[in-house]
Design a protein around this ligand. Structure first.
Ligand code: MRU
Length: 352
């Protein structure tokens, strides 16, 4: 399954809003189609958003056929603005935009064709880096999963959310290949059901025993001692380790601590935002109220009710047992381990 694919100057992607009922692939040369797809969660998941946005910048520049480097630069900046306005929380989007802008700046003295080549190479590199990060996160994180473990995850941090095998799901998949996973409990993940629609779909395809639970069932499953580790992805990790992920992640972390179960976050270093000191500074997207008041296109909530619909919540760092990155497994104090992993490039082992 390829979530995102660049071929012949086109971006192809799976429309995730149609899963699991239909596997529909969209093909486009228009960066505004990608903007809409990100906003409406046809393309979703922090790393996948970053990769798609990088290709979307390339689409915009190619389509405009600029005749001068200055013209190219203007189109690029305008596309970056469009894409940056789609979703505010996942920092991978902004990291990818920075990489594309930097490449254009560095190639500034070259002709238009050469700048286009550099941009194309960079978008492919962003995709390749993410594939490689997923592989490495899977390898390193699987070492945390003891034989015979039942796991619990929330939302979707799998192949659909990345360019590779996923983050949390890469860990689960690799641990399963090593024969260490008994089963995985999947939160349905209200209100858009990324767990029920996407994670359950991926895990069943991987041949892993998957038990779907409503979000509010997690507490009793943990209390019964049926889960040996909780593992989730992330949309943005602040310098102190506070972690934004799909709303409903924070209560899981509280429950995990209450029941003495490790709570792991799996994310590439592109999800770390060293520029913000803590979770208070993470912008939390609020979604349209109809995502809560309606189900399957039909209103389920009383008319006149007010709605609060944040897409993400922030898990305070003290509730996180470890952060699995492609460069190593980070342990508290995260302020130090995160700073160290960013200083050091390349892949690594346990705590850097
Ligand atoms: O609103 P979504 O579906 O984009 O939210 C996605 C998540 O919260 C994921 O857990 C996160 O992006 C990590 S994906 C590897």
């Amino acid at each position: 399954m390829t979530t995102l694919e660049w071929a012949d100057g086109r971006l192809r992607f799976i429309d995730q809003t149609r899963l699991p009922a239909e596997e529909v692939t969209v093909e486009t040369t228009d960066h505004l189609v990608v903007c809409e797809a990100i906003r409406s969660l046809r393309i979703r998941g922090a790393p996948a958003i970053g990769v798609a946005a990088a290709f979307a910048v390339l689409l915009a520049v190619r389509k405009s056929r600029p005749s001068t480097p200055l013209e190219l630069q203007a189109v690029l900046e305008s596309a970056v603005r469009d894409l940056s306005a789609t979703r505010p929380t996942a920092v991978n989007l902004f990291a990818a935009m920075r990489r594309m802008e930097e490449v254009a700046r560095e190639a500034g003295g070259k002709n238009v064709a050469a700048i286009l080549d550099s941009l194309s190479a960079e978008a492919l590199a962003i995709q390749r880096d993410d594939i490689e990060s997923c592989r490495s996160i899977g390898e390193l994180g699987a070492g945390l999963i003891a034989p015979g473990s039942s796991l619990l995850t929330h939302c979707n941090a799998g192949a659909l959310a990345t360019a590779g095998e996923g983050t949390a799901i890469a860990v689960i998949a690799e641990a399963a290949r090593r024969g260490n996973v008994l089963r995985v409990f999947v939160d349905e993940t209200r209100p858009l059901f990324q767990g029920a629609r996407l994670t359950a779909w991926e895990l069943v395809r991987l041949g892993i025993e998957t038990i779907l639970i409503t979000d509010s069932t997690a507490a009793s499953v943990l209390r019964r001692g049926d889960v040996q580790a909780v593992i989730v992805g992330a949309d943005r990790i602040a310098a102190n380790g506070d972690t934004a992920n799909k709303v409903g992640t924070y209560p899981l972390a509280v429950l995990a601590m209450r029941h003495g179960v490790p709570f792991y976050v799996a994310a590439p270093t592109s999800t770390i935002d060293a520029a913000i000191p803590d979770g208070e500074h993470i912008p939390i997207e609020e979604r349209d109220e109809t995502e809560v008041t309606h189900f399957g296109g039909r209103r389920i909530a009383a008319r006149g009710v007010k709605v609060y619909a944040p897409a993400f919540d922030v898990t305070p760092a003290p509730l996180v047992s470890a952060i699995v990155t492609e460069r190593g497994i980070l342990r508290p104090p995260f302020h130090d381990s995160l700073a160290a992993v960013l200083r050091r490039g390349g892949a690594g082992g346990e705590t850097p």
